[in-house]
Design a protein around this ligand. Structure first.
Ligand SMILES: [Zn+2]
Length: 116
């Protein structure tokens, strides 16, 4: 007997995972919107980087150059660099960005040990 209730979440996971990968691509081809690889990046100044990219869509094959420009700091961080005079984002516009977690420690594991 087949159980559609089990198949449904699997299908959902597959499609949403594909969507996420597409939206997470650092560079998107402006012509076909396929994810694009970064071939090379050149630091022009502390605030500007030039990036050479190529589209992963073999039916497109677009290669292009991008300019990555520093916009503003959300959290100035721990280092003092007054020489850079970096603009700071207004407080009410700061998005919730967390630095990547160190290692792959599962927070549930700590809870398990703590309450165990
Ligand atoms: Zn393309």
């Amino acid at each position: 007997m087949t159980r559609p209730l089990i198949e449904a979440p699997l299908q959902f996971r597959t499609s949403s995972g594909g969507e996420r990968a597409k939206h997470n691509a650092l560079i998107t081809c402006p012509k076909c919107e396929a994810p694009s690889f970064i071939r090379r990046s050149t630091r022009v100044t502390e605030r500007v980087k030039h990036i050479d990219a190529h589209c992963t869509n073999t039916g497109c094959g677009h290669t292009f150059g991008l300019e990555l420009v520093f916009r503003h700091s959300y959290n100035p961080g721990l280092l003092e660099r007054p020489d850079l005079d970096l603009p700071v984002c207004p407080r009410d516009q700061v998005p919730h960005i967390l630095p990547p977690e160190r290692g792959r420690d599962d927070p549930n594991q700590i809870t398990m040990f703590g309450s165990g």
